[in-house]
Design a protein around this ligand. Sequence first.
Ligand code: ZN
Length: 353
Amino acid sequence: CFRVRGNCLRLLTNFVAQSSFALEELCIDCKKWDELLFAVQKGYHQDNPYHMRLHAADVVHGAYWFCKVGELWSLSLKGFTNVELFTVIFSAAIHDYDHPGVSNNFLIKTNDPLAILYNDKAVLESHHIAAVFQLMQQSKYNIFKHTPAATYSIVREAIIHMVLATDMSQHFVKLGLLKTKDEEWLKQELSREDRLLIMSMVVHAADVSNPCRPLPLYLQWTDKVIQEFFAQGDREKALGLPISPLMNRGTTNIARSQCGFIDVIIAPLYNAMSEIIPQMRECVAHMRYNKDFWSSMSVLSIREEEMRKGTQKLPPLPDDFAASAVLKVHMKLPRTRTQLRHKEKQRTLRDIH
Ligand SMILES: [Zn+2]
């Protein structure tokens, strides 16, 4: 028995991985599995305001929720396997392992040894994967020791695929691919390539899920991410480097930047994902409410003034906030292409009569 505090990543990952029923199939020794999770958890830097083990646990939670509530794995629908569900959970757990709290851009600009090692390409993502696989070279963490070689190759391929897809530079490429698929696509058994695409979007969506959480949670995550961004901006300033976008505490309006993040990145991603996993409409409902919250004129103008004074803080939670009310209002609207077409058809029929 151990305390939950500080063990969130280890406990949650262990719990959801057990429920994937893949540990036996992969011949994974439960003791080694727990040892590995403990080491992975320890590898997250607790002094990072954002990229710490709680973020990894949050991504495990999000990815698992999409898979289970979204029923991607129920009755092996569409060809997904238990082993693939395990790889989603595993990828989510390790996806920011040993994150130094600065971006790829910072590592490249400062000629960091990691940027040199990975030739400026997906520096952090490559490091997260390689560092965990190096860890597993040690006998006490080698969970795949008894896994058949062919299965191990499939698992390793999927983990590499999913963690590399958490690189934001992959966002539009993957989303573009997803948008080329029509509704017929989902009705048939999916190819391995298609399943890998959906799995990587599940982990990526969970990784950027903050704006789709209920507002009280979203505000806490925003506070953490802003602290980390502004700390990097301060370091860049001290080093005489150009300050990265959204990281300059003197010019970044938090409310405006969150609105832009939702409009450009989150809304297109979650709208597309809701067509595959309709239950994600609940996330879209929160996202819409949160966007309205930021874009309310009072919030924007107050932030602008504070930003200029250098005293910008996060706005307080509205007194009347209730997550259930958010869902009631924002889930009434049609969200998916099918629903929109259905509404359209109903309207046309009504017009004819
Ligand atoms: Zn992350």
